[in-house]
Design a protein around this ligand. Sequence first.
Ligand code: GDP
Ligand code: IMO
Ligand code: MG
Length: 431
Amino acid sequence: MEAKTDVLLGLQWGDEGKGKIVDFLTPHYDVVARFQGGPNAGHTIEFENRKFVLHTIPSGVFIPETINVIGSGVLIDPYIFDQEVQSLKSSGVDLLQQVLISRKAHLILPAHRLLDAVYEKAKGKEKIGSTLKGIGPAYTDKTARKGLRVGDLELPGFPNRYQNLREQHLQIASLYDSNPEEVVIEGLPFKEYEEEWLKKLETLNRFKKTDSEYFLNQALKSGKSVLAEGAQGTLLDVDFGAYPFVTSSNTTVAGVCSGLGIPPSEIGKVYGIFKAYCTRVGSGPFPTELFDETGQRLREKGHEFGATTGRPRRCGWLDLPALKYAIMLNGVTELKMMKADVLSGFSEIKVAVAYRVNGKETNKLPFDMDRTVIEPVYQSFEGWNDELEKAKTFNDLPPALKNYIRFIETETGVPVSLVSTGPDRSQTIVK
Ligand code: GDP
Ligand code: IMO
Ligand code: MG
């Protein structure tokens, strides 16, 4: 039988623990591929007392036999890519052998970051809370059909095309900022940053480029298995998230086909990953957000600070209407529950089972989510005190946690096939 592409993607607002689980699942796959997003992602992987945070490079690189593809739907910033490559030097990973980059992946140019910064500043209180990695402006140029792609670096016209686009960008930026060339990126004024960026193209140039749609379809035909690694989360999807507080790509399963160039018939299992509670970094609606001591406790116990920006993450209880919505959009076949250990020690755990909007209960996410007053309808669960480090199998888990998991399975109709009990690769229970 022909192999399929299984997908692992986030069901919440990102940072669910995708990096950890992609690394954990990689021994079962020949190829791991990122299909969308860019260095706004921060995927953490921990094993053998080492910790790595990846932004563009897929999380399958720590298993030497695996090929890791940066697909066409991904945005690459050569400056951040170089930083990532340097940070992996101590890991012993042979990136040049293991990583393939799609020629069709678009580049994040220095001026995209400049535009991201001036647009966000101009939004004032309405800001998206972007990671300021240039994601919005780079995807804008892609859909406006003027972006530059990795493959363009090999073509003779690149310097001219770069200069033309740069001039356009600076003109636009000057409408927002009287001195755009002084805007600071990575601690450097724009022009100095740009000089560094241009130097870093050399690192990117050393990597193997591919037409990833041919590579992946041929891999599948020859019986190789592929795992697609999502970035961000379903509720940040540009079409189905709480617009405009979203990212600029399709973070849902549809993004796998458009971002890798594989047909829907080649999609196999869809693993949906979620935290046992909820977090969000950046602005936008978050119905179950906790502003009290409990929220603070979740943040401290869960070390909820952004892997890309270091910003404190907003924390709250699990939101079932949102989770069910994400499961529906992606056709999730298995759930993976993360950070169960963080809930240890809470005497009461709550789950939003519905929303109350204008006095009426609903299970649907309202259209105008950021302007609608949503009151979560909570169901309470008994907590557990036992820390989970000793648990090795599902049966070792405290009865109250098993009860919580069963409730989620019944409500969603999807089995929870994995429970994560800590950041390390070894702290993972397969059910
Ligand atoms: P990603 O963007 O989805 O890959 O997730 P991040 O790496 O941004 O954030 C997840 C954070 O939680 C990282 O610091 C992980 O090391 C950590 N983590 C992952 N799984 C668990 C878990 O089960 N328990 C705890 N305590 N931490 C976890
Ligand atoms: P991973 O892959 C969490 C959020 C930002 C902001 C919004 C738009 O690590 O889960 P952007 O930089 O795309 O313009 O930001 O999306 N965001 C993320 N939040 N995890 C991420 O990635 C995110 N990538 C973007 O905080 O609210
Ligand atoms: Mg992250």
